[in-house]
Design a binder for this molecule. Structure first.
Ligand code: NAP
Length: 554
């Protein structure tokens, strides 16, 4: 069927938010299926995360051959990645290539932010308010605003006093040369800080790293891809993609079934050494099946990394501050760096532990902690994001009962499959909270979610329906499933942006589904096959609990 459902003048079938990996695939998938689509993007061009995060060293830590679209065989055959972990500029070039190749830019209005969206029950349409002052209407509203796109506020007292250069990794608007010869403070040691610090240290007169919580940083082991490696991937691309679709994290994984204490201490150490030579999410944290569920097993892997840090960092006091002793390996997002710990051996790099000396204020040219004053010319903020809910609340959604999304989620996020939420009909989230996006190769998760949502709205269109909404029961089931899935893991016990604990006052609920992208995909497929239990379509819903379906699926 190729006709649209929404024929009123000025109304489109779908409004999509964002022109990153999600928005572009949404535009392609939906317009190909005959829907009218209008996308709005706050930035001046395509790219999303990869448009904004241009800080030195920015690159993906999921290998590019996997962190790319799989929906078109010709696309994946004609694009060639230069490195295992492509830098930001190359990822952005790829996204631009996709936009041009499929002629997708014409579906978007750039430099335009969605600032409000109100459900109109009588017309069964979304009124979508733009920062241009205009209002556009659509049957469906789909967020591709991303999970890590709203920078976290930095509310250090005295920040406004600082008159030197101030830049954030997530809105980088200077060149690395601007930091040359300067005394630079970097605040934050998550994935962004870890990537930026070694490069800033190469040009700055001095770098002072202000660290609150030390992280596990494994060597990224990036390398150029040889023509032979590229060829071997391309020959097998469809099979590789299929393996990713049914994996845990959306990348090919080493099959690991034994537990850390199934082997001798010597054997365990030998295996950790071998895993340390691998890069990325198949490394040490994936060496045994129980590392993310058993704290004692995890300790063996954590302590292995602690020892690596002590081997690399020459000054024992600095090494001890860098050792991540406040959380288990993998329970909070691990980082993959290049020369990160080695950078602390440079004479122009020093470390301040904010746990020992918190920042008290800032002056025109200094950061003042409880024990010292650090004069600096520039401050780099690498303090992270208001993950998942930040971008969604930024849309200013008002649902069917007149409630704002932030009020509906006042006590914590509640979704159906991480894609819908009750009382917000015809609204969908791609890579949303309680989906596997948090702990997966997100491009693969995006494609799966877009396809599932497209199938659902096509299913409704085929029966002449115009109203799709998660039921309260369906949503409760999914919340229970996500909580039951995370409960036996160490994620459940660790403060991190995964749980919202990096943002003051945010309810502490785990914001992902950690049962694996393969299981999630099969669950979503099964739900569609069974007629979408937990979803009311034109007010009709199947009364079938999701829990037993989740249990049946391997
Ligand atoms: P992040 O992981 O949340 O790290 C933020 C850092 O800033 C933490 O060290 C945090 O300390 C510190 N911080 C926050 N507020 C602070 C404050 N008020 N005072 C002092 N320190 C403060 O953020 P991110 O590094 O931007 O990374 C976020 C996520 O983006 C990553 O986990 C990853 O998923 C994604 N990312 C991926 C890549 C990649 O693919 N390589 C690169 C960049 C980002 P605490 O830990 O104590 O809160």
């Amino acid at each position: 069927m190729n006709s649209t459902t929404t024929s009123a003048p000025g109304v489109v079938d779908v409004i999509g938010v964002g022109a990153g990996f999600t928005g572009l695939y949404l535009a392609h998938r939906l317009t190909t299926a005959g829907w009218t689509f209008a996308g709005f993007e706050a930035g001046p061009s395509v790219g999303g995360t990869w448009f904004w995060n241009t800080y030195p060293g920015a690159r993906c830590d999921v290998e590019s051959i996997y962190y790319s679209y799989s929906f078109d065989e010709t696309l994946q055959q004609e694009w060639t990645w230069s490195q295992r972990f492509a830098p930001q500029a190359e990822i952005l070039r790829y996204i631009e290539h996709v936009a041009d190749r499929f002629d997708l830019r014409k579906h978007f209005t750039f430099d335009t932010r969605v600032v409000g969206a109100t459900w109109n029950e009588a017309d069964r349409l979304w009124d979508v308010h733009l920062d241009s002052g205009e209002t556009r209407r659509s049957r469906y509203l789909i967020s591709g605003a991303g999970g890590l796109s709203t920078p976290k506020d930095f509310d250090v007292p005295g920040l406004a006093n600082f008159t030197g250069l101030q830049v954030s990794t997530s809105r980088w608007n200077i060149s690395l040369d601007d930091l040359a010869g300067k005394r630079v403070a970097v605040i934050g040691t998550g994935s962004s800080g870890v990537q930026a610090i070694p490069l800033i240290a190469q040009v700055a007169e001095h770098v002072t790293v202000f660290q609150r919580t030390p992280n596990y940083v494994m060597p990224a082991r990036n390398s150029e891809l040889s023509p032979e490696q590229v060829e071997s991937i391309k020959v097998d691309y469809p099979a590789i993609r299929e393996e990713c679709r049914h994996s845990l994290g959306g990348i090919p994984e080493r099959p690991v079934t034994d537990k850390a204490f199934d082997v001798s201490d010597e054997e365990r150490l030998r295996r950790y050494e071998a895993a340390y030579e691998l890069s990325g999410f198949n490394g040490v944290g994936a060496e045994f099946a129980d590392l993310i569920t058993d704290i004692d097993a995890n300790r063996t892997a954590s302590e292995f990394i602690h020892d690596k840090i002590r081997e690399i960092v020459e000054d024992p006091a600095t090494a001890e501050l860098l050792v991540p002793k406040y959380h288990p390996l993998g329970a909070k997002r691990s980082c993959f760096g290049t020369d990160y710990y080695e950078t602390f051996n440079r004479p122009n790099v020093s470390l301040v532990s904010l746990r020992d000396e918190p920042i008290e204020t800032m002056t025109a040219n200094a950061i003042v902690t409880s024990s010292d004053t650090y004069e600096v010319d520039a401050v780099v903020l690498a303090i992270g994001f208001d993950a998942f809910t930040g971008p969604l609340y930024g849309l200013g959604l008002t649902g069917a009962s007149g409630q704002k999304l932030q009020d509906a989620w006042r006590d914590g996020v509640r979704t159906y499959l991480g894609m819908m939420t009750a009382d917000f009909p015809n609204f969908f989230m791609v890579a949303g909270p309680q989906s596997p996006a948090l702990a997966s190769n997100v491009v693969m998760s995006i494609e799966q979610a877009v396809d599932w949502i497209a199938d659902l709205i096509e299913h409704a269109r085929d029966s002449g329906a115009t109203l799709i909404e998660a039921t309260a029961e369906g949503q409760n089931d999914w919340v229970d499933i996500t909580e039951e899935t995370v409960a036996p893991t160490l994620y459940a016990t660790t403060d991190s942006w995964y749980r919202g604990s990096n943002v003051e006052g945010k309810p502490n609920t785990f914001m992902g589904y950690v049962g694996g992208v393969g299981k999630y995909r099969r669950m979503c497929t099964e739900i569609a096959k069974r007629g979408y239990p937990g979803v009311a379509i034109d007010g009709e819903a199947l009364s079938r609990n999701l829990g037993p379906i989740h249990q049946e699926i391997s």
